[in-house]
Design a protein. Structure first.
Length: 296
């Protein structure tokens, strides 16, 4: 594998539109991709947690990534979620999503298995050795049950096929250690909307965002201002986006952001079981957050 770069700036962890019968709503997905790019998003991340990839078949994941790549038409990178707690399945899925048109892969720490650090390192190295696409690590202990420690991330950053990390650990000292200890060219992306300003101020490279599903221009402007050192403007944008960032977690992601997208008329709030539509008692919170963000 030749040396490759990681996307930087603001990427959207795309929600997947489903029709009433649960099938992928391909027309809505294509329209959604165009809108995201038109609004200034720097890259797209299909088939992650927000995209409900855990409920998709391999064929469906290939189709979603294929649609996103076709519709993006090379305008922005497509970072496809390809994680699994089975290393061999992660490799198989990675190869399939490369064929579908992904430009990069996002690999979460193996959920549920809770491997030790040496097991995590082996898992990611084996994938990177087997698949000729640049890989971004994804650390989200609240979902996986294990944390990729800073030393492990920095060790993996020495592999030429591993080009960045999406950090959603919430551990700012750990993220700081990664930023300080990483090799040149290894990107550190926030995986938590609310921590983006802090991470970019410390030298991070951007964000993979949930809130940008509903407010792509606002979130991309926030990241751009923070990365350019315009902290006054970045603070103002952060405060404008903060209610939406928080509303996105009033119930399990992507329940609230799909409700927000339905309020915006992007597509209906159809989720796959065991996820369910937003509890009615949270609807006012989500609607108010969209209004505060200036998108509704």
């Amino acid at each position: 594998m030749s040396a490759a770069s990681s996307p930087a700036g603001c990427g959207t962890a795309l929600a997947t539109p489903f029709a009433a019968n649960g099938a992928i709503d391909e027309a809505a997905l294509r329209s959604f991709v165009d809108w995201q790019i038109d609004e200034g998003i720097d890259f797209l991340v299909p088939c992650g947690s927000t995209g409900e990839a855990a409920t998709m078949s391999l064929a469906e994941q290939r189709r979603v990534v294929g649609i996103v790549a076709e519709q993006a038409r090379g305008r922005v990178p497509v970072v496809a979620g390809a994680g699994s707690n089975d290393t061999e399945r992660a490799i198989e899925l990675s190869r399939a999503l490369k064929e579908a048109g992904a430009t990069h892969l996002l690999h979460v720490a193996p959920p549920y298995s809770r491997p030790p650090q040496r097991g995590l390192a082996l898992h990611f190295r084996r994938i990177a050795d087997a698949v000729d696409l640049p890989i971004i690590l994804y650390n989200v202990p609240s979902r996986t049950g294990c944390n990729i420690e800073a030393a492990t991330t920095i060790e993996l950053a020495g592999h030429r096929g591993i080009v960045g990390t999406k950090e959603a650990s919430g551990l700012l000292p750990q993220i700081t250690d990664i930023i300080m200890g990483r090799p040149e060219g290894f990107a550190v992306l926030s995986g938590d909307d609310e921590m983006t300003l802090s991470i970019c101020a410390l030298g991070g490279d951007g964000l993979i965002s949930v809130a940008s599903n509903a407010a792509p221009r606002l979130m991309s402007d926030l990241v751009r201002a923070a990365r350019n050192g315009d902290l006054s403007r970045a603070r103002d944008l952060h405060q404008r986006a903060l209610p939406l960032m928080r509303a996105a977690s009033v119930e399990s992601n992507p329940i609230p952001i799909k409700a927000a997208l339905a309020m915006l008329g992007r597509f209906e709030s159809v989720l796959r079981s065991p996820l369910v539509p937003l509890d009615a008692r949270h609807e006012a919170t989500v609607r108010s957050a969209l209004q505060h963000a200036g998108v509704l």
